[in-house]
Write a protein that binds this ligand. Structure first.
Ligand code: HEC
Length: 225
């Protein structure tokens, strides 16, 4: 076979290339394996730069708009004046008293303190409430029976209408009395827990409910007439 014949046969049938020729042509091809990267590299660089600037500008914007946000802000030491502390204490006491009133008294005297005519006397505007704090404390501690006059209207005219002692602590009596003495337009000074415990021990031996006239004479100075 002549050399020419050999060439044409190889071209028409590639499988007949010799190993050496295949290696050679692969080496030749390997030179052009990668596309030229000359300008491609610039594009990602531009993106990195643009995003870098964006993040920079955004963080400046963020720092400006967080109102000096601090992860651990210093605790504000608010010094309350003695007056503010006192009014907060009284507010708490009265709101506790309001709850006790709703649970232990409102069923008879009603949430608005107006009572029910002919049955339960009103506490709003009552002189029994505004009299010496000993009066309301004693009534809650022992109860009350017999005829009384409240805001010019008679109550307790029948034995069936009376008030039993309300079994609550001195503190609760102080709170609820303070609430009653300052609600619905009433305007009398607060009742302290110490005062109530004093009243309790003073009459510890007493079994019966109070009668209106007893309290009236015990505290005659503090009733209007
Ligand atoms: C079961 C019903 C009932 C409950 C509960 C009750 N009371 Fe009374 N309360 C009466 C009655 C009835 C009288 C009037 C007794 C009388 O006429 O002798 C009265 C009288 C009074 C009086 C004197 C009269 C007046 O109107 O000012 C006061 C003060 C008073 N109660 C406060 C309270 C307080 C405070 C509570 C809750 C801790 C309470 N009561 C719970 C029925 C009740």
């Amino acid at each position: 076979m002549s050399e020419d014949q050999q060439k044409s046969r190889n071209l028409s049938n590639p499988s007949e290339f010799s190993d050496e020729e295949i290696v050679k042509s692969h080496v030749e091809l390997a030179k052009f394996k990668h596309e030229p990267t000359k300008n491609f590299l610039k594009a990602p660089l531009v993106f990195v730069f643009v995003f870098g600037c964006l993040i920079f500008v955004c963080s400046i914007q963020l720092a400006h708009s967080t109102n000096s946000f601090q992860l651990h802000p210093p605790v504000d030491v608010v010094e309350l004046t003695a007056e503010e502390k006192e009014s907060m204490r009284l507010e708490k006491k009265i709101s506790s008293g309001e709850k006790i009133f709703a649970a232990r008294c409102a069923s008879c005297h009603q949430a608005n303190g107006m009572g029910i005519e002919g049955q339960f006397p009103p506490l709003a505007g009552s002189e029994w409430v505004s009299a010496d704090a000993g009066v309301i404390s004693n009534i809650i501690l022992k109860g009350l029976k017999g005829e009384i006059s409240v805001n010019g209207v008679k109550y307790g005219t029948s034995a069936a209408v009376n008030m039993a002692a309300v079994p609550i602590s001195d503190r609760e009596i102080a709170n609820v009395s303070t609430y009653v003495r300052q609600a619905w337009g009433n305007d009398s000074v607060e009742v302290t827990e110490e005062f109530v415990s004093q009243v309790r021990s003073e009459h510890a031996a007493k079994q019966d409910q109070w009668v209106g006239d007893e309290l009236r004479s015990m505290f005659s100075d503090s009733f209007g007439n």
